[in-house]
Design a protein around this ligand. Structure first.
Ligand code: SAM
Ligand code: SF4
Ligand code: SF4
Length: 371
């Protein structure tokens, strides 16, 4: 059967949307891309707005008063998100992660969580539903999120030192409020909690040890993330990346740690445990050790574009299908057509090319498709 392509032009962010294959045969089950990778994990951005201005993600100078965020009508509605997720789940997705922007800024997010929590895999299993947040509103919202069916949460926190944290979020937000959010999430049973720390050499690398000490014995898994060259606005430089190999070496001077075998295929973090059983940490080495080979993640932007890679320059416009009267079968066929053509492996190629970034190339911004 031939393909008709629906070219859809997107002027936001200067990106051109990719064609959506129009009439691929509807798939019967699991999908596989051109490198044999299944589709397992869908990250859904529910807003492009954020109350922080982390310089590595939404630098203040760029995302200021004159920046045009999406109007409400452009956002996928909860019904549209749930319908899309249902189609994805029918074709292999087992894990949903809500992200943004700051997902807790989206009004009535609990309602969306309830709707997603009602979905089942083809063999009747509930999904693994989680959320990544900067934690600023978590103390207030943890209970409602848990009651709506959220199982666990990942909180981003780059420093314990209040002055450093305030400087990194660049809106003078105090660290104590995020720590209260984490405590509340723990209290209501949003477990296991993970804390993500983006490490920037020269900015917060001296916070690695205090953070490790703080979260050891807490049941919370602290994960160190290499500063990535996502987007085109953060002025990324390789010399600001602290390679995970160096970080673990430093940690091992003061903490006895041993590596844990990966449990799940496509896991992004390399896991280590304290030998005395007092906890676990993770290393996410997106820059120095690419994990594209197992990458089973798709990303749905706030306005319904499907991105196949964090470093993609364009997404496939599903919203036009959703709003244009397409049936679930047609959406499934489009998804199958898109996934079967996927060959993205940006980090691997960057590694093979010697580690330099092509930052400055037109690339989607992190706050727009989420992490
Ligand atoms: N606002 C929420 C938060 O900060 O958790 C969710 C969205 S944020 C884009 C998702 C994750 O991406 C966060 O853990 C953040 O630290 C991470 N992130 C953003 N820009 C990054 C960069 N340049 N390198 C590495 N991680 C980054
Ligand atoms: Fe906002 Fe999260 Fe980006 Fe920081 S990393 S600016 S909290 S979206
Ligand atoms: Fe996946 Fe793209 Fe990241 Fe590779 S660079 S792990 S393909 S998102």
């Amino acid at each position: 059967m031939g393909h008709t392509f629906i070219p859809l032009v997107d002027l936001r962010h200067g990106l051109i949307a990719r064609a959506v294959p129009g009439d691929s045969p509807a798939p019967g089950g699991l999908l596989s891309d051109r490198l044999g990778r299944p589709l397992r994990d869908l990250r859904i951005s529910v807003t492009d707005r954020c109350n922080f201005r982390c310089s590595y993600c939404m630098p203040k100078e760029v995302f200021d008063k004159s920046h045009a965020f999406l109007p409400h009508s452009a956002l996928l509605s909860f019904e549209e998100i749930t319908r899309t997720a249902r189609v994805f789940v029918a074709h292999g997705v087992r894990k949903l992660r809500l992200t943004g922007g700051e997902p807790l800024l989206r009004k009535n997010l609990e309602r969306l969580i309830e709707m997603l929590a009602a979905l089942r895999t083809p063999d009747g299993q509930p999904l693994d539903i989680t959320l990544t947040t900067n934690g600023s509103l978590l103390a207030r919202k943890a209970r409602a999120l848990k009651d709506a069916g959220l199982q666990r949460v990942t909180v981003s926190l780059d420093a314990l030192d209040d002055a450093i944290f305030r400087r990194m979020n660049d809106v003078d937000f105090p660290v104590a409020d995020v720590l209260r959010g984490i405590e509340e999430a723990q209290a209501v049973g949003l477990a296991p909690i993970k804390v993500n720390m983006v490490v920037k050499r020269g900015t917060n690398d001296h916070e690695v040890l205090p953070m490790a000490r703080h979260f050891r014995h807490s049941g919370i898994v602290l994960r160190f993330i290499e500063y990535m060259d996502v987007g085109a606005t953060n002025g990324w430089r390789m010399d600001e990346v602290l390679p995970s190999a160096q970080l673990i070496e430093t940690l091992q001077h003061t903490h006895a740690l041993q590596a844990i075998d990966p449990q799940v295929e496509g896991e992004t973090a390399e896991r280590w445990r304290y030998v005395d059983g007092s906890g676990e940490i993770g290393l996410i080495s997106s820059v120095t050790q690419a994990f594209c080979r197992d990458c089973n993640r798709a990303r749905l932007s706030t306005e319904g574009k499907l991105f196949l890679c964090l470093f993609a320059s364009a997404g496939h416009d599903l919203r036009t299908l959703l709003r244009g009267g397409a049936s679930d079968e047609q959406i499934a066929a489009a998804l199958a057509g898109i996934w079967s053509q996927r060959s993205d492996r940006y980090s691997e190629l960057r590694g093979a090319a010697g580690g330099g970034s092509d930052a400055g190339a037109r690339r989607v911004e992190m706050h727009y498709i989420g992490g």
